[in-house]
Design a binder for this molecule. Structure first.
Ligand code: JFZ
Length: 417
């Protein structure tokens, strides 16, 4: 069997992916938790099932947008907590092929992204608010959590687990090579072997030996001896861990921050709080400077389109990456401490200085006196002058440093956003 290092090599090199939350919840357009949050009954939610037509679903356009944005892999919600399947599962009728859309949306996604050379990942919710054998009453998130009518419903959780394992098997058997399996999520006692997690992970790895799995089946990926189901990468949500992630043995653990573009994963018609391209670029750089990845989310609308606001951010991030991607792809943490004016990323003996706060005059590089062979502006290849400060010896805090002049240079800082 492959080691985690072998499995995650491409993943850590690629650094930047597209997360896609899409499903029936895109119709009410109040986020992907709408059925749970609003305690909708199954009947109330079924009206979206009867209506879902995906009439403007064009996965090739999604794949082009991801490619242009510089995203190297993608993760699509094959099934979210509402239990609705974007794929043609043989194990349920609650699937896209039975809606007016009448298409296997996962197959089209996988084909389109693969054709663009983008690695294909699938998100699969462990929670299921549609399945009769998933605990409803008393569960903290379920739409039926305080519905008295659901109180005495007999549950056979093992039947749900057979179903869940069966669907994962379908996804990893019928759709070609799948690069990432993104399970979501464990909570309270619903964790680890409650999902028959070891059995599940063994099946996943036997079907797709190279696959990269997230850590949300539970277990402790940072422990000295992680469980077999603890996964390949840590998945902090809406957070960039301050110093990266290190395990109990002091070893770096692969991680990926998943980040929304506005404040919702699923499409939300009224949420206009989009991050700027500059925020996204700096967050991506921050992830790389801490050896992490970024999975940036889009929530296509009811018809299947990624909206203009999202596309415009993706385009600008992609334009920055086209010029500066060398400092992101295959790059990682530098051994040098974080500079005051921004962040470093590093690849071999090349240090990438991301200047967030230019200040005045030349930029100071602590500890690098006499060590900089040459300096170039990444976005256009132009030469930058390296000078040793003449007063360096007089100032203890500047001793051992070098200054680099960025005169006239167009810095990432100055991209108008
Ligand atoms: C989960 C989902 O509930 C959400 O809808 C979205 O898909 C997101 C990517 O993942 O949200 C979580 C899951 C786990 C935690 C927080 C939010 N957690 O462990 O803190």
């Amino acid at each position: 069997m492959k080691t985690r290092e072998e499995r995650t090599r491409w993943f850590l090199r690629d650094r930047f992916g597209m997360f896609i939350h899409w499903g029936l919840y895109s119709i009410p357009a109040r986020g992907e938790w709408v059925r749970g949050n609003e305690r909708m009954t199954r009947e109330q939610y079924m009206k979206y099932f009867e209506e879902f037509d995906a009439s403007r679903y064009d996965p090739k356009a999604w794949a082009r947008a991801a490619k242009q944005a510089g995203q190297k892999y993608a993760v699509l919600t094959a099934k979210h907590h509402d239990g609705f399947c974007l794929f043609d599962s043989k194990l349920t009728g609650f699937k896209a092929t039975n809606t007016p859309a009448a298409r296997d949306l996962v197959r089209e996604y996988a084909d389109a992204f693969r054709a663009e050379g983008i690695a294909v990942g699938l998100y699969y919710s462990l929670l299921d608010w549609h399945h009769d054998d998933y605990p409803g009453y008393g569960d903290k998130a379920h739409p039926d959590r305080d519905n008295p009518a659901a109180k005495d419903k007999p549950i056979r959780f093992d039947r749900y687990l057979d179903y869940m394992h069966g669907q994962v098997k379908e996804l990893l058997t019928d759709y070609g090579k799948i690069d990432i399996m993104w399970f979501d999520f464990s909570y309270d006692e619903m964790t680890g072997e409650k999902w028959r997690a070891t059995e599940l992970v063994r099946m996943v790895r036997s079907l797709q030996p190279h696959i990269v799995i997230d850590n949300r089946l539970g277990g402790n990926i940072r422990g000295a001896e992680p469980e077999e189901y603890a996964g390949d990468f840590f998945s902090p949500e809406q957070i960039i861990p301050p110093g990266g992630i290190v395990d109990a043995n002091g070893k770096q653990v692969p991680w990926e921050a998943c980040i929304t573009l506005n404040d919702n994963w699923g499409y939300h018609a009224e949420d206009r709080n989009y991050k700027s391209p500059k925020q996204v670029i700096r967050s991506l750089v921050e992830c790389v400077s801490k050896n992490g990845n970024m999975l940036l989310n889009v929530g296509p609308d009811a018809k299947g389109e990624i909206n203009r606001e999202s596309l415009s951010v993706l385009r600008e991030v992609g334009e920055w990456l086209r010029l500066n991607g060398e400092s992101v792809y295959g790059a990682g943490m530098s051994a040098l401490p974080k500079p005051e004016w921004g962040r470093y990323t590093q690849k071999g003996n090349k240090l990438y200085a991301h200047v967030f706060d230019r200040g005045i005059g030349p930029i100071y590089f602590a500890q690098l006196k006499g060590k900089i062979r040459k300096a170039r502006l990444l976005r256009d290849g132009s030469e930058l002058k390296v000078e040793t400060p003449w007063m360096a010896e007089e100032y203890s805090d500047t001793a051992g440093g070098a200054f680099i002049w960025l005169k006239g240079a167009a810095l990432p800082d100055e991209i108008d956003t």
